[in-house]
Design a protein around this ligand. Structure first.
Ligand code: ZN
Ligand code: ZN
Length: 402
């Protein structure tokens, strides 16, 4: 049985870029080590979740790890909260939240004048009401997440966000009988928050300066944090995750992964690529499955900057040199969680390249790791095929039948 390193380069897939002579970032990058691994492995194209689906990082990572998002993706609330680094527990109820400006019970700006930082406000709002703990964390600008922790909670709760300006504020309404308690406690929380926000010095200063206050939080997208079956038990592995991205760490943690911290890992383009791969290799003493997520490729795609994506690919590639010497007893898998083409600036439903590389397996004819080259490779798969193939190539599959 072999150890496994699964490297997910976030948003790896690309489309032709004019400044790269109409090549993708992978085609245009210098990446001898990825090409080596492709040449000494099997390759193909992988469709995240399914063909043509524009997956988020959350749904795609769930699917790659063997959790069908149809069963385990419980809405954006819980996953946005994970993305903000809130330590969630199964059963928690999470909402996406906006700081907004409200005058006379009417929403006048759903983004509170694009306020820069609401951390000081969020700190004041955390509380406990009727045995329910309220955890709130600010994101960038007006964005935040609200989490409820306690017994007898339901996610069948309507949005309090009217989604339009000049609309009246809405109360949280229960969508079924069991949600009555939850709706009631949320409305108590919102009433309390309103008082605190209207009295807060930061809001008084904003008004004095002729700006809109952040005096309301609008809630939407309620979801219950899913209980994921333990990854280690499911596949008989000892798994750890290395990622600078809170969302990915959060999902891995819910699945039972240990989280490994790495010096210099930022989740941005300036992360320490070498130390990430080095730490993964060293961690194989303790674990036999390491999930790595590198975010820089996705950042280049969203920012429509092919040269950023190329940089992330080339820096990762340099670090991958260390993997060549462990191919006897390690399976290396490299893929993306979705495409984020620089020409498009967001996730698309295009498939992403995938490679499985280890010594002793049959190789296909592909010698380069990019969208076009691997289309001549062995596999056209969906993300849900990744774990079975990993178990098979690492000699861990159980026999199906006699
Ligand atoms: Zn992603
Ligand atoms: Zn993205």
């Amino acid at each position: 049985m072999k150890n496994v390193i699964l490297l997910i380069m976030d948003g790896l897939g690309d489309r032709p870029n004019e400044i790269f002579d109409n090549k993708t970032a992978l085609q245009y990058s210098y990446k001898p080590n990825m090409d080596f691994l492709a040449e000494h492995g099997v390759t193909g194209l992988m469709s995240p979740v399914s063909y043509g689906i524009r997956s988020g990082s959350d749904t795609s990572h769930l699917s790659i790890l063997g959790y069908n998002p149809e069963n385990y993706y419980t809405g954006r609330g819980p996953f946005e909260a994970l993305g903000l680094g809130i330590d969630l527990k199964p059963g928690d109820i999470a909402f996406r939240a906006n700081y907004a400006s409200v005058i006379n019970n009417t929403v006048v700006d759903r983004r509170a004048g694009r306020i820069k930082d609401t951390n000081n406000l969020s700190k004041e709002l955390e509380t406990e009401i009727d045995g329910v703990k309220f955890i709130i964390k600010s994101g960038v600008e007006h964005r935040a997440a609200l989490v409820l922790r306690g017994d007898n909670l339901s996610d069948k709760i309507s949005d309090t966000d009217p989604h339009n300006i000049d609309s009246k504020l809405l109360n949280a309404m229960p969508l079924d009988n069991e949600a009555k308690f939850t709706a009631n406690v949320i409305n108590k929380f919102l009433e309390r928050s309103r008082k605190i926000l209207n009295e807060h010095k930061m809001n008084k200063d904003l008004i004095l300066n002729g700006k809109l206050p952040a005096n309301e939080i609008l809630l939407r997208g309620a979801g219950k944090v899913p209980e994921l079956p333990d990854f280690n038990k499911k596949y008989n592995l000892r798994a750890a995750c290395i990622s600078g991205t809170p969302l990915i760490r959060g999902i891995a943690k819910l699945a039972g992964f240990d989280i490994i911290n790495v010096n210099g890992m930022t989740g941005r383009i300036d992360t320490d690529y070498n130390n990430i791969i080095n730490t993964a290799v060293e961690s194989l003493n303790e674990y036999n499955f390491i999930l790595i997520n590198i975010k820089g490729t996705d950042i280049g795609g969203h920012d429509k900057k092919p040269e950023i994506k190329k940089y992330a690919i080339e820096e990762t590639d340099k670090a991958l040199k260390q993997l060549k010497s462990i191919l006897n007893d390690t399976l290396i898998v490299i893929t993306g969680d979705h495409s984020t083409p620089c020409s498009y600036g967001d996730h698309t439903g295009d498939p992403v390249p995938v490679l499985f590389s280890t010594n002793g397996i049959i190789n296909d004819d592909v010698k380069r790791f990019d969208e076009l080259s691997v289309s001549h490779g062995y596999y056209k798969i969906k993300s849900s095929d990744i774990m079975p193939l990993i178990l098979s190539y690492s000699d861990r599959s159980e026999k199906y039948g006699a």
